[in-house]
Each structure stands twice: as C-alpha cells, then as structure tokens.
Ligand binder design. Structure first.
Ligand SMILES: C[S@@+](CC[C@H](N)C(=O)[O-])C[C@H]1O[C@@H](n2cnc3c(N)ncnc32)[C@H](O)[C@@H]1O
Length: 482
C-alpha cells in the first residue's frame, strides 16, 4: 500500500485511505421505506419507527448533486429501503447525476418494476441494477424476505429489466436457510439473463442480540460449501460470481482458485464508500447504526473526515498483525466481527489465522500487452476516465467505483491526452519505469489501445484488472511474451 511519504510512492498504486479527501462512491438511500421486510436486513429497525418512512425529493437531489460534484465523488448507488417506492425521485436522480458526469447504479428488489417504468429508467441513464434474490425455492426466498409471492415478483422484475436492456446482478444473502441453494439459484440467475451472482454471506444486524441463537448466520463449514457451489455456478452456467462482503483471505486459503473473491476488501476501511440515509445522516459501513454527520447541513468531505477511525487501521484485528495480505483483506468484515463478538476490532467469524493463505493470488499481465507496448503501439486516454486531485497524488477513476492512486505527473499527462484526443506511445511517457507504468495503466483500463483488434484481444485481462483492488498492483507480475 502506498506510504504517506511522497518519496516512497510508486506511480500506480493503492491509495492510502487516510489521504483521500472524499469517498469514491456514495450509497444514497432514496427512502427508508420498503415493500419487503427481510428478516436479515441490516436496516430492518427503521421499519419499526412510528414515524412515516423518510424519502428524498428532487430538490434534495439537486442539493446533494452540488455537494457530490464539489467533492469529486465519482459514483452514486441509489438504494433504500426500496428506491422504486420513490420512483419520480429515482428517475430525477438518475438524470441529474448522469448529466453531471457521475456514474450510477440502483439496488432494488425489482418487485415493482413494470415495462413502462423500466423504459423510463433506461432513458434516464440506468444501465445496471443489483437485485435481491435469496433462493430459487419460493418457500425459502419468501420466508427470508417476509413476503409471500416475492420470488415470482422478483423473477418478473429481472425479466422486465433485461427486456429493457438493463444489466442485472443478483445479490443472494446466504445463511442457514438457503446455504444449500447457491448452485440452483445460480442456474435460475443464468436462465433469467442475469450477468452475475453474488453469494454474499449474511452479516447479522447490530440489533441481533445472540447471533448463534438465530438462523441469521453462516458457520465456517457451510461457508466452504457455499464457495464450492459458487465456483460450480461459474463453471456450469457461465455467469460471473463474487461476494459483496469480503471473506478473510486466510479463510479462502487458495487465492488462485478463489480469485473472484479476492480484492473487494472493506469499503469503509478503504475509504471507497459513504452511506447516506434518506434523512442525510451518513455512515461509513452500511451495517452500522452510528451517524457521523449530516450531508444536508455539512460538507461531504467534512463528514468523511469524521469517519477517519475506520481508515486509520484502528479496527484491524490484532491477530492479523504481520499478515502479508492485510492491505487487501483488512481483517475481513468488521461489522461481522461486531455482530459476533461485540467489537469492531474482533476477529471476523471466518478468521483462520496469519499464514492461512497456502496459494497466493498473483495478478499477471498478459504478454500481448507487453508486445504491443514494445512494438510502439499507440494508446489513448478515453473520455470515461475521471480524475480527482488529492494532497500529493491523483485519484483516477476508470469506471463505476473502480479507482486507484496515480502519480500526479503521470495523471497530468493522461489528462492532457484526454483533452486533446491525441494518441501516445511508450516513448512519450516520462516516468521512472514507463514500460511497467504503461502496462499497469492498460491493465487497469485507464488507457486503451488505439487499434480495435488489440483492444478486443486483451479485453478479458483488462476486465479483471479494472476491478482489481489497487493494493495488489505492486505485486503485479508482468509475463513476458508469448
Ligand atoms: C438494504 S437493500 C436495499 C435495496 C433493495 N430494497 C433490495 O432489496 O435490493 C441493499 C442490499 O443490501 C443487502 N443486505 C441487506 N441486509 C444484509 C445483511 N444483513 N447482510 C448482507 N447484505 C445485506 C440486500 O440483499 C441488498 O442487496
């Protein structure tokens, strides 16, 4: 990970979360109201309030858009509660943020989606939805979400979104009731046209007193079986897989086998994400109850600084000290530690111990990239690349919430090429190790080959590199030709 001493920085690296001026992305809850009442929901307590559910109006979106733009946040996830309950605000927010150059996505159970609404959302700029589908078996799914008939409505919603050319990823929250359903649910996702299944382990809400007395848990043995099923989903149904709550890397052991589970890390500790409720209150982690300030009355950067305790390493689990993977793993999920052991710095319930990783994950750049660089191939800095000047370095966003730290000199070079639309080659780069830097920039999808056939030939590697946690970049191996 990048040190805070500027001289120790390499050109493309993980950012030191302590040095970030603002989050990379914001999870914005348009309403705290929901049409489901999931037994596991991290924010289920809001439904118990006597007060009516809070919700945002278009004028609130205007105010937030100004603040978000002023702080250089790159990506907004519109969530809830259920955002389709606030349809007009949702359409307004998608338009407003898209026109302002921000990328967006939506978290929705899709139960209220109609063809007409899908078309309006698509027109407003919606490209991707993360939906909640917990089991292919209606009885289990509907039990988990406390809503009879929910599975059929969700399936219809996914089909409606796909028919409107909106990409859909499925989030399946895995716990005791559905731990054996991952493979079959993956089959259903493929049949419905979803592009990816996240088998996300359940993180019990802070309101659950004794996790082990409930079925809101996933023990180690079951978690291993879940991983085996999800690998089979990828192999047999050809859809992408992953998890939205990271696993401790010592639990995964074989990081090559589980490469789809390496690198998401903890968004709160990495400074990637801020969660904003419909009343403006902000949390570092979706799962925590504490508010660090209000973005309607304070600056986003100011509230982000109030969350520093998450980013200064104080919540890392003590027994992880000395682990080579601490930068990317960050002790697994801190909210799971809290739910099981009452402390944010406790062990992740799946923690196995330092030295648990038997097979390391080594990101490798394909030889084709190097051959192209050496052959004097020309590259461009595409328009989608966004920049944010930090104190001593530049944050570069390649798409959605994928960002990494870049030496400001190199960033200025890319900015200029983006502005003029001029292509460039290796000889134009002025950095200590231009060949490696250019290779990394291509791998991270921050620059593209001008030649379309070359672009197509490296698309698989680049898709992986784009979302790879930047703290793994220093370990990147450059495979020589072939
Ligand atoms: C709170 S929901 C709001 C959006 C929408 N109503 C939906 O159901 O997708 C956002 C995401 O959080 C996930 N989620 C909720 N409770 C969770 C928990 N305890 N652990 C892990 N993920 C959870 C949901 O599955 C969903 O994908």
């Amino acid at each position: 990970m990048m040190g805070s001493d500027p001289a120790s920085r390499v050109p493309c690296d993980a950012f030191d979360p302590k040095l970030l001026s603002a989050p990379i992305m914001i999870n914005l809850e348009l309403t705290s109201g929901c049409n489901m009442k999931c037994r596991h929901c991290y924010n289920f307590w809001r439904g118990e309030d006597a007060a009516p559910a809070a919700g945002l109006e278009p004028r609130d979106i205007d105010l937030l858009a100004e603040k978000i733009l002023a702080e250089g946040v790159f990506h907004v996830v519109l969530t809830g509660g259920e955002p389709l309950l606030r349809f007009d605000t949702l359409v307004y927010a998608l338009k407003r943020f898209t026109e302002a150059g921000l990328s967006t996505s939506v978290n929705s159970n899709l139960m209220l989606l109609t063809a007409g609404k899908a078309a309006r959302l698509r027109d407003a700029g919606l490209d991707h939805v993360l939906t909640s589908l917990n089991s292919r078996h209606a009885e289990t799914n509907d039990y988990m979400v406390n809503s009879k008939g929910a599975l059929e409505k969700i399936k219809r919603g996914v089909k409606t979104a796909r028919a409107a050319d909106i990409r859909v990823s499925v989030n399946m929250i895995v716990s005791e009731p559905n731990k054996d359903h991952v493979y079959e649910t993956g089959r259903l996702c493929a049949e419905l046209g979803a592009q990816r299944l996240f088998a996300t382990r359940l993180v019990p809400s802070v309101r659950v007193k004794d996790v082990r007395a409930t079925d809101l848990r996933l023990e180690k043995r079951a978690a291993r079986e879940v991983l085996a099923q999800i690998l089979a989903v990828k192999r047999d149904f050809g859809i992408g897989v992953g998890t939205l709550i990271s696993y401790p890397l010592c639990f995964l052991e074989d990081l090559e086998l589980y490469e789809d589970f390496v690198g998401r890390g903890c968004p709160a500790q990495r400074g990637n994400r801020m969660c904003v409720g419909a009343d403006g209150s902000a949390r570092a982690c979706t799962h925590e109850e504490r508010s660090y300030g209000n973005v309607f009355t304070q600056g986003i950067g100011e509230v982000f600084q109030a969350m520093r305790a998450w980013r200064d390493g104080g919540y890392l689990h003590g027994e992880c000290a000395g682990c080579a993977y601490l930068g990317v793993c960050a002790s697994g999920c801190r909210s799971a530690a809290y739910a099981y052991f009452g402390e944010l710095s406790g062990p992740d319930p799946l923690f196995e111990g330092v030295g648990g990783v038997r097979k390391p994950y080594k990101p490798v750049l394909p030889g084709a990239i190097l051959r192209a660089i050496d052959a004097g191939e020309r590259f461009v800095a595409p328009e989608r690349i966004r920049f944010r000047q930090e104190d001593g370095f530049t944050t570069v966003n390649v798409r959605w919430a994928n960002a990494f730290a870049l030496d400001s000199g190199l960033a200025a070079f890319l900015r200029e090429k983006q502005r003029t639309g001029e292509s460039f080659c290796l000889a134009d780069l002025r950095s200590n190790d231009p060949r490696r830097d250019l290779a990394i920039l291509i791998f991270k999808d921050a620059v593209e080959p001008l030649d379309a056939s070359l672009r197509a030939s490296i698309s698989g590697a680049v898709a992986k590199g784009c979302s790879l946690d930047p703290s793994l970049l220093p370990g990147l191996e450059i495979a020589e030709a072939p």
